[in-house]
Design a protein around this ligand. Structure first.
Ligand code: FSX
Length: 367
């Protein structure tokens, strides 16, 4: 064990000081590489980079949210990859997880901002209320807006965790009474990585942090999310997909189709326009995910998912931006792989519209 002070340790040293074995560390690196769909050899590169990297200071601010994002992160068993990544960073401020309270907590935030100016990672969950001078949410007498601006000024990068921080989320749902906005609508001069989901998948949160520590800023999609984790839609990776192709749909939650595990599209599944890793990583340590449990995807990693026309309405009956206007783009071949195929050229916003148009056409054909 090293005699270095904890804040001076590299990530490798901190992990060993916390009793994490070399084997456990490599397992974490392999899981992260696989999550990012990297070839197996990449695990070694991740391990080598993380081993030498300094533990970054992380300041985590929670604004208008339900604490689901933190709940998600802490719903893990030890030793977990979630636990490993938190040994790998110095979490200097987090309302929910820190032991300090009141003035002590604020002093820790101010000290971390001063000591690590220009180098710390700012994690934000929750949206920021802009209406009525932001009075709807304050911490230590500061509005969320003021605290975000103050903390963002010295950050190396910002990670917007959860759909609220990434796109406004639930607080911004119609009629958006607090004037809630996303982090990216306020901060324009720092790199922002959106880790959407309501809440996001725990291993995606930690995977994004590991990716940042290893490779620096990741490649982002047109909604600011790391492509390594949000590059594919749920529909393209869904194990019920063959039923969709055969036109076999559950019509109610207790009919024969539902019992046979048929496609949940007609029961409102938003998998075709939702980009996330649920169908591959699943939840609760790979146990299951909503579709496997018999409920359609609600599209929680997408902007405005609360206002898409209803969780139980088929996409063809709901609202989806300018999809109707692009209906003429339908008939572009089989739906298989359409989401991923479109990403390279037109981006996810356009891809969604085209996917919806194709789905509408498919549904017409099943009537
Ligand atoms: Fe939002 Fe997260 Fe949903 Fe809740 O912090 S993304 S309401 S799970 O808690 O912000």
């Amino acid at each position: 064990m090293t005699s270095k002070k904890r804040q001076d340790m590299t990530i490798g040293e901190a992990l060993r000081a916390n009793g994490v074995s070399r084997r456990g560390f490599l397992k974490f690196c392999a899981a992260t590489a696989s999550l990012m769909a990297l070839p197996p050899g990449a695990a070694t590169a991740i391990a080598a980079a993380l081993e030498k990297a300094k533990r970054p200071s992380v300041i985590w601010l929670s604004f208008q949210e339900c604490t689901g994002c933190t709940e998600s992160l802490t719903r893990s068993h030890s030793p977990s990859i979630e636990g490993l990544i938190f040994d790998a960073i110095s979490l200097d401020y987090h309302h929910t997880l820190q032991a300090a309270a009141g003035h002590g907590a604020e002093a820790a935030r101010e000290e971390a901002m001063k000591e690590h100016h220009g180098k710390y990672i700012l994690v934000v969950d929750g949206s920021i209320p802009m209406k009525d001078d932001g009075v709807y949410s304050t911490i230590a007498g500061m509005t969320n807006l003021a605290m975000l601006k103050e903390a963002a000024a010295g950050a190396a990068a910002i990670v917007a965790v959860g759909t609220c921080a990434a796109y406004g989320g639930l607080p911004a749902a119609d009629p958006n009474p607090t004037g809630a906005v996303a982090v990216s609508e306020i901060i324009k001069d720092k790199p922002i990585i959106n880790v959407s989901g309501c809440p996001p998948i725990p291993v995606v949160i930690t995977g994004v942090l590991a990716q940042f520590l290893t490779f620096g800023l990741p490649e982002l999609d047109d909604l600011g999310r790391p492509k390594a984790f949000y590059g594919q839609n749920i529909h393209d990776r869904c194990y019920r997909r063959p039923f969709y192709e055969r036109g076999q749909f559950a019509e109610t939650f207790d009919d024969e189709g539902a019992k046979k595990g048929w496609c949940l599209y007609k029961l409102g599944c938003k998998g075709p326009i939702t980009y996330n890793a649920c169908a591959t990583t699943k939840w609760n340590e790979g146990t299951s995910f909503p579709i496997q449990s018999g409920h359609g995807c609600i599209g929680c990693s997408e902007p405005d998912f609360w206002d898409m026309g209803g969780f139980y309405k088929a996409l063809s009956q709901g609202k989806l931006g300018s999809a109707e206007g692009l209906a003429a783009a339908a008939g572009i071949g089989a739906a298989i792989g359409i989401g991923s195929a479109l990403l390279g050229s037109s981006g996810q916003k356009a891809a969604k519209a085209e996917i919806k148009a194709k789905l509408d056409k498919d549904m017409e054909a099943t009537k």
